[in-house]
Design a protein around this ligand. Structure first.
Ligand SMILES: *[C@@H]1O[C@H](CO)[C@@H](O)[C@H](O)[C@H]1NC(C)=O
Ligand SMILES: *[C@@H]1O[C@H](CO)[C@@H](O)[C@H](O)[C@H]1NC(C)=O
Ligand SMILES: *[C@@H]1O[C@H](CO)[C@@H](O)[C@H](O)[C@H]1NC(C)=O
Ligand SMILES: *[C@@H]1O[C@H](CO)[C@@H](O)[C@H](O)[C@H]1NC(C)=O
Ligand SMILES: *[C@@H]1O[C@H](CO)[C@@H](O)[C@H](O)[C@H]1NC(C)=O
Length: 712
């Protein structure tokens, strides 16, 4: 049987194609992998030697890994790849990490099964490469001599101009040169190229260009030619009237194809990278769109795109035809930059292909409403100058006058503000609230239950995509819902089939914006739901005051005033969420803090004070404590301020006032009647009576009078 090696590359964000060569090891890469069938040893089908036999190699392919092969073979950098369908073997991306891991893969029999797969053809640049750059299209230029020595030489800036750079960028499969600068990507390393390039600009390879002897043996420091070619992003949105919305297509190996959304770990964050690459603002929404089955698609690595690499480096491989392809809607002419999520940042507006900052004086809350809506976010929550960095030129010269209901900022009326500059600290910084798209369902409060999210208008349960859901992911949910911290989270199996959304916990952990980490699209499956319990599951308790002498105490701005010596009750209550629990009444005076606890009966507790005295003056708070889900929860009420009117004169004045009132209203007023029927010291109602027993039994922490005095 034809032994073929299939290398399956599992793209991991931590992977970098840097090679660690081990010099003491006699292992020679070229004895184990090769490119065959091309015009030189630097192009052709990738083969590896397995058990003494040269075999085809398949990779779940992307350009960066092909580049590793080129560099391993000392063949410059990758220019392009193509794929054929054949039978092949299997090994992992680990194999290409270093020469020693390659050796390990090829000598140990770790890859065995053959099946139909796509082998890869690689074309390397052979005699030109850029090293030390941030992508395949940038770095310090090195040229490999034709002579027997075959070593790489640095090129001196003086021997290399923009026309030469054009040839290099084209030869490497990149866009036009954008920066050419000495020592941009590190300085000269010996040996130095001894000729001056004289390209016309249209040659297909640098070594095809004319050159003249420069007799250079050394080059002054800071002169190593550093070159940045522009990236050919090869990405577009099609099918809508605007170039900033529609079905995503990418070009690789000369073909524009849609992107298979089922096989790409796609999310809003990645869509946002595409919008920014297309200079189309930020991503508003993304999802799958039903498609014809007859088109072949690309499959891309979302993780790769998020690390801001060039799009062409992130296409993994072509996949079969797909029933659903990705589409994206970008904000087009408005964006928030420098923010923590897609819903916050410094406002910029685009006109005539360039982005302008907006000055705070030209922008108000109604304008902000339009921006937040256009970006797919919730209502504006903070609008403040320089919150996300200061004005950058140019400055928008009109004052926005939105009504608030326009569907695009540039549809709003505006008047000339004749502004050319904007004072420092005035750049519009806007925080829109996150859209209302997360909830916990089925618990006894909004802060516990099964996680559901809304996308494209539909609420669905959320399930864990990469089995990494943990407390940290749950914390992002609690934080998002303003529910405090995460107490616990749990994955519970549900037997029913449902349409779900997938979420990537790894994305949530590093980025914590749930909406931007939903993987698209969704599926209908039996699912394991994510249950989250946050710390703030309890409602806020109420605190209230009652005295047996109605009308004597009074509430004012300073709080409640109670007559010295009168009895009063402070009641704590809470919505009936869970049975049981206890209330703690905390009294803070200027000098000290005291507290007393009663069990909650019917979700409330009544603390009786049989005679008010100066020590009762202070701030009262109820704290409800509950042990549930193996955790102690608590929730605190608003404070209640109590003053005790101390003087006898005060009492006399009040009694006089009451008597006057009685005279005025005699025989007809219910309030007065009640007052007369409820004199001081009357036996409290039944429930008060019962709780007084508790109070007394637990010890007098609130003062000696707060005991069982009220009982008969
Ligand atoms: C070959 O290149 C190396 C540097 O990589 C240098 O030390 C050596 O002298 C060169 N040999 C010849 C024959 O040019
Ligand atoms: C708390 O007080 C408010 C206003 O007086 C009332 O509407 C609410 O029902 C009370 N809640 C509880 C749990 O007693
Ligand atoms: C409640 O009182 C106890 C005993 O006096 C004290 O140890 C505790 O710190 C108090 N708690 C609060 C919240 O004041
Ligand atoms: C609790 O409330 C219910 C109905 O509201 C009442 O029947 C019951 O007597 C109350 N229990 C106590 C101990 O007050
Ligand atoms: C909850 O509170 C009780 C009483 O304060 C304490 O005994 C218990 O250890 C606490 N449990 C946890 C899990 O913190």
């Amino acid at each position: 049987m034809d032994h073929r090696v299939l290398i399956v590359l599992l793209w991991t964000s931590g992977f970098s194609p840097g090679l660690q060569t081990e010099e003491h090891d006699a292992f020679k890469v070229i004895d184990y992998i090769r490119l065959v069938g091309g015009s030189s040893r630097c192009s052709g089908d990738l083969e590896a030697k397995h058990q003494g036999v040269w075999t085809g190699v398949e990779l779940e392919w992307n350009l960066k890994l092909a580049d590793v092969v080129c560099r391993l073979l000392d063949c410059g950098s990758v220019v392009r790849t193509s794929l054929n369908l054949t039978e092949a073997f299997w090994f992992s991306s680990y194999c290409l990490r270093s020469e020693s891991s390659l050796k390990k893969c090829l000598t140990e029999r770790s890859f065995t099964s053959t099946y139909s797969a796509t082998t890869v053809k690689i074309i390397c640049s052979d005699s030109v490469r850029l090293v030390n750059g941030k992508s395949l299209c940038s770095g310090r230029l090195e040229v490999k001599s034709n002579q027997s020595n075959q070593s790489w030489s640095s090129v001196c800036e003086d021997d290399f101009d923009l026309q030469d750079a054009e040839v290099v960028c084209r030869e490497l499969g990149c866009g036009a040169p954008s920066v050419l600068q000495g020592a941009l990507y590190g300085d000269m390393e010996a040996p130095v190229w001894t000729k001056e390039f004289q390209c016309g600009g249209h040659e297909s390879a640098l070594l095809d260009c004319d050159s003249s002897d420069s007799d250079r043996n050394t080059s002054s420091p800071g002169k190593a030619a550093g070159l940045t070619c522009s990236e050919l992003h090869n990405v577009r949105l099609v099918g809508e009237s605007s170039r900033c919305a529609g079905e995503l297509e990418m070009k690789q190996q000369g073909y524009w194809r849609p992107v298979d959304d089922r096989k790409s770990d796609w999310n809003l964050k990645t869509a946002d990278e595409v919008c920014r690459k297309l200079d189309c603002g930020s991503a508003v929404s993304t999802g799958g769109r039903e498609s014809d089955f007859d088109k072949r698609t690309w499959r891309i690595s979302s993780t790769c795109l998020q690390s801001k690499s060039a799009v062409r480096e992130c296409i993994l491989t072509d996949s079969d035809t797909s029933s659903s392809n990705l589409e994206i809607k970008c904000s087009e002419s408005v964006r928030l930059v420098n923010g923590k999520s897609l819903c916050s940042g410094r406002l910029e507006v685009k006109s005539n292909q360039s982005w302008s900052s907006v000055c705070e004086d030209d922008f108000d809350l109604q304008d902000a409403e339009v921006v937040c809506r256009v970006l797919g976010c919730g209502a504006p929550s903070v609008l403040q100058g320089a919150l996300y960095g200061d004005v950058e030129a140019p400055v928008w010269t009109k004052e926005f006058q939105c009504g608030g209901h326009e569907s695009a900022l540039l549809d709003c009326d505006s008047s000339d503000s004749d502004r050319n500059t904007c004072s420092p600290g005035k750049a519009v910084g806007l925080t829109c609230s996150e859209p209302d798209d997360v909830r916990l369902l089925g618990g006894s409060s909004r802060c516990d239950g099964t996680l559901e999210m809304k996308q494209h208008g539909e609420w669905r349960p959320v399930i864990d995509l990469d089995s990494q859901w943990d407390q940290k992911s749950a914390a992002a949910v609690c934080n998002r819902l303003d529910c405090g911290s995460a107490v616990s989270t749990n994955i519970s199996t549900s037997s029913s089939l449902k349409s779900v959304w997938w979420i990537q916990p790894s994305c949530v952990a590093s980025y914590s914006m749930l909406r931007e980490c939903l993987r698209l699209p969704s599926d209908t499956i039996g699912y394991d739901s994510l249950e989250v319990i946050c710390s703030d599951i309890l409602a806020q308790p109420n605190i209230s005051f009652a005295t047996f002498i109605d009308g004597v105490s009074e509430a004012n701005q300073q709080g409640i005033q109670v007559l010295m010596g009168s009895s009063f009750t402070i009641s704590c209550s809470i919505l009936p969420q869970y049975p049981g629990g206890s209330f703690q009444l905390i009294l803070t005076t200027s000098a000290t803090s005291q507290n007393h606890t009663l069990p909650a009966v019917n979700h409330s507790a009544h603390f009786l004070f049989s005679a008010a005295e100066p020590a009762h003056r202070g701030e009262y708070r109820c704290v409800y404590h509950l042990y549930v889900f193996s955790y102690n929860f608590s929730s605190e009420s608003q404070p209640l301020h109590l003053t005790v009117s101390a003087s006898v004169t005060d009492l006399i004045i009040r009694l006089v006032v009451l008597l006057v009132l009685m005279v005025l209203m005699v025989g007809s007023n219910a309030a007065v009647y009640c007052y007369c029927k409820a004199p001081r010291g009357q036996k409290p109602r039944r429930e008060d009576n019962m709780e007084l027993d508790h109070l007394g039994g637990a010890g007098d922490l609130l003062g000696e009078e707060a005991g069982a005095q009220g009982t008969e």
